[in-house]
Design a protein around this ligand. Sequence first.
Ligand code: THG
Length: 370
Amino acid sequence: MPSQRLVYSRRIRSTPFEQRVFENGVSAVSVYNHMTLGSVFRSPVEDYEHLRRYVQVWDVSCQRQVEVVGTDALALVELTTPRDISCCDIGQCLYTPLVDENGGIVNDPVILRLDTDRFWISIADSDVLLWLKGLAAGRGMDVRVFEPDVSPLAVQGPLSDDLMEMLAGPEARELGNFRFILCELAGTPVVLARSGWSGQCGFEIYLQDSSRGLDLWDLVWTEGQPFNIRAGCPNLIERLEAGLLSYGSDITLETNPMECGLDRFYRLGKTAEYLSRDALDRISREGVRRRLVHLLIPGDAVPAPRTVYRVSDGSGHMVGIVTSLAWSPRFRGNLSFATVDVPALEPGTVLTVHTSDGDREGTVRNRTWQ
Ligand code: THG
């Protein structure tokens, strides 16, 4: 595995919280939306065990917002996705696949409806800003599309409700899943949502003034002391256990939503115009040739792949690739997402994974790894 230093040039944008992330000893980082994102503090397993018991604060500024505001804001957002956005309440978040005219996934953001004609698209790692600006300009839409000064700070883990109640009062504990409120923390207005990229409970605090980043971090940190708070980051083991997909790894522009199960978040044929209508109708009629499955590889840890490991069936035919992989203490085995040809996707199917350390057997499991 490569182990070179990362050069922190201006192209790798800084985050309002990163000074605290570095001070807390982040040991590995990656780049996401042209910004740094921590990936390990102590070790993947230590970070994971702590996340499942206590509470962590995560710098997820790299979940950049694309703000869409104006008369045509709803029409533009509708255009990008097969999910019905008209039913989204103000104060609600929707996990939404953005799909292009060929049925390819452009991104899988969380969309927040701030007002009738105002949205934040909280993006995964691809340049949605350019895609939306292009669509809006090409169609002459009455809308403004830009990246606001907004950086999410996540508070995740089973004690996050206790901590957030201390910080923001009982409204925090009462907040429904994927709902948000406006409040003030560390003397600055924030959007507080019950959401986050883990299967544990959690919140995301959207800071709207990057000059207040350290104040916000320090407030969460101080109040979090009784709860054994630590600095953390999205954890590979935990997100695989929770079945959360990662754009760029598990899904790309070459993947359609039916192949990876994102079709469960929409129904075809919504009233508003959307770019992917014809492509998705066709794919849904014709069916897909491959699908994302959960593949459990029992035993010792398989080394992390730099690109992909190939997967073959009982008769030695290549049937797919592994797209994410991590060793899980809970399952005492390697959890992986793999994209495989349809005949190989039934739970219970045994496949061979060609790792850099030799061949290993894996079994297809259902979405909860059973
Ligand atoms: N929070 C915010 N922005 C984000 C992410 C986030 N942007 C990037 C990335 N994460 C977007 N990807 C996801 C992927 C999965 C989920 C959220 C964002 C998720 N999925 C659940 C699931 O698939 O079971 C539940 C979705 C639902 O029930 O609606 O939570 O984390 N702000």
